[in-house]
Design a binder for this molecule. Structure first.
Ligand code: ADP
Length: 520
């Protein structure tokens, strides 16, 4: 065997080893490097088209080009040059002298003439599809032989197999990255379980829900995980999932009592050929807000039937009496009319709250008008004075006379103040006292209302601004409400860039307040 033959075989063996290489660029670079060295070429280039064989995917060249030149070079060579010819004909070409062969496109006349006089170009097929070309160049004419050509063709064939491997790997990795991005970004909590309900994968949302890190859950069976983490929701999930799988249903509901959240759980089966890869994808969607809405609806219907129907009955009775009085020429009792007015006011405030809930849900934009906070408080108080009066509650006003003007939604802030005043009156027994304070500083307007009423039990204070939350305590059980007022107060104040706060002691009273920024 001749030396050159041995080096040829050696090169093919080395290229065959590239099969183990999973890096696409590595395969291309090494193929160019090995072929260039083996046939004694000065340099080589590899054009690789994408899998549709349409656009350039890689352009590997021993010569360094900046990005712009690379584009020009690759386009011109592929369209008009030798590489273009080889691509078009799908067969190799050997140029003995670039000066006499029209297929050689001179890109930079000066430099090129010095450097390239002969060239060799072979097509690169992957599974029968033309995917690119390898070009080798030499400064002397007649450098390449037919034997070189066949050798590079053989090298290209071998490299094709490695390229396919690397490409598959590249694709799998790409898909994995895509999958990871999907898993990371979805708001649903996703768990992938094997057939024994052991966790194989959990996305960040699921980990937050479980309250653990990935290494703490991977490989653990849901039930044992629930026990280890002392997580009753996970135990409930494991149990409901087992039932769902037995009954062949793929959807059930679960509720996390501790976090007060409701979930719809969808289960998809993974039927893989290998048992180890079979299992389930469990997706938990948080439907708490929908559930809250349903709860609110039920509550509203109950309230409407109780808190609106009863007063209507009362009004009708009064009306009947007044009607009879008027018919018989008697002057109706003024007290009746006063009582009717009170009943109507309560109904009105219920209806206003209902409308406010709807407005909040539709996230109606805020108005930005300039107004005087003294007017705001006066208007809100006007509505409330009869209520304080009726409940014989003593009112003290510590309101700075010339409050600095505010910019915002007058009507909604009026509802905010009214809600706070209404609560102060509602949650304070008759004869109690209520103190309203308002002042403005350099950049803030502050409002607060203090009562000496029932107060809020300490263990329930954290939830007080949550929609539909109502404190459970014996003293206030008789008071009707929706649990919506304070959440609206918080929402409106925060949308104005301010903050709400409160202090409260059960049996002693509460102070609710907020501040708003004064915008110039
Ligand atoms: P609602 O009064 O319709 O129940 P809110 O959202 O206005 O709803 O208030 C939520 C809960 O906060 C009330 O149910 C009550 O338990 C408590 N709360 C609000 N204001 C006061 C207050 N001034 N004193 C005592 N408890 C209050």
């Amino acid at each position: 065997m001749e030396v050159s033959d041995r080096s040829h075989v050696e090169m093919l063996v080395q290229i065959a080893r590239l099969l183990a290489t999973l890096d696409l660029d590595d395969v291309l670079w090494q193929t160019i490097d090995l072929t260039t060295r083996t046939v004694g070429a000065a340099r080589g280039t590899f054009f690789l088209l994408d899998e549709q064989g349409e656009t350039l995917q890689r352009f590997i060249s021993a010569q360094e080009y900046d990005a712009e030149t690379r584009q020009i070079v690759s386009r011109r060579v592929l369209e008009q040059g030798l590489a273009g010819w080889v691509m078009f004909h799908g067969q190799s070409a050997l140029i003995e002298d670039t000066l006499t062969d029209a297929r050689w496109v001179v890109l930079d006349a000066e430099k090129e003439r010095e450097r390239v006089r002969s060239a060799l170009c072979v097509p690169f097929f992957v599974e029968g599809e033309l995917r690119g070309v390898i070009t080798l160049e030499h400064p002397q004419p007649n450098h390449f032989t037919q034997a070189h050509l066949r050798l590079v063709e053989a090298a290209a064939n071998q490299a094709a197999a490695s390229l396919r491997n690397a490409q598959l790997f590249d694709r799998v990795q790409g898909q994995q990255r895509q999958l990871q991005a999907v898993l990371d970004s979805v708001s649903e909590s996703l768990l992938v379980l094997d057939t024994l309900l052991c966790v194989r994968l959990a996305n960040p949302a699921a980990l937050t829900l479980i309250g653990a890190q990935l290494p703490d859950v991977l490989g653990f069976n849901l039930e044992s995980l629930a026990e280890r983490l002392g997580n009753p929701f996970l135990a409930q999930l494991a149990q409901k999932l087992t039932v769902a799988l037995q009954e062949n249903t793929n959807r059930f509901e679960a509720r996390d009592e501790r976090a007060k959240r409701d979930f719809v759980v969808n289960v998809a089966r993974i039927d893989a050929r290998r048992a180890a890869e079979s299992g389930y994808v469990v997706a938990l969607s948080d439907v708490s807000s929908l559930k809250d809405l349903t709860r609110l609806k039920t509550h509203m219907i109950q309230m409407a039937s109780h808190d609106l129907k009863n007063p209507i009955g009362v009004l009708r009775n009064y009306l009947d009496v007044i009607y009879t009085d008027v018919q018989s020429g008697t002057m109706p009792d003024l007290l009746f009319l006063e009582n009717m007015r009170k009943v109507l006011e309560r109904m009105e405030s219920l209806v206003v709250n209902l409308l406010n809930i709807q407005r909040a849900e539709e996230a109606e934009p805020l108005r930005r008008e300039e107004f005087n906070p003294n007017d705001l408080i006066a208007v809100a108080l006007e509505d409330m004075l009869p209520v304080f009066h009726a409940r014989q509650q003593q009112l003290t006003q510590n309101i700075q006379p010339n409050l600095r003007p505010l910019k915002g939604d007058f009507e909604r802030l009026r509802e905010v103040i009214k809600n706070l005043l209404d609560n102060a009156s509602k949650y304070t027994p008759e004869g109690g006292s209520i103190v309203i304070s308002a002042y403005s500083e350099e950049e803030r307007f502050t409002f607060s209302v203090k009562d000496n009423g029932y107060g809020i039990p300490a263990d329930q204070q954290a939830s007080i601004f949550q929609p539909y939350f109502r404190a459970k305590q014996a003293a206030t059980q008789h008071i009707s409400g929706t649990g919506v007022g304070l959440s609206l107060v918080k929402e409106v104040v925060e949308r104005h860039g301010g903050q709400v706060w409160f202090i409260s002691k059960e049996g002693q009273g509460s102070t609710f307040g907020f501040w708003l920024p004064i915008l110039n």
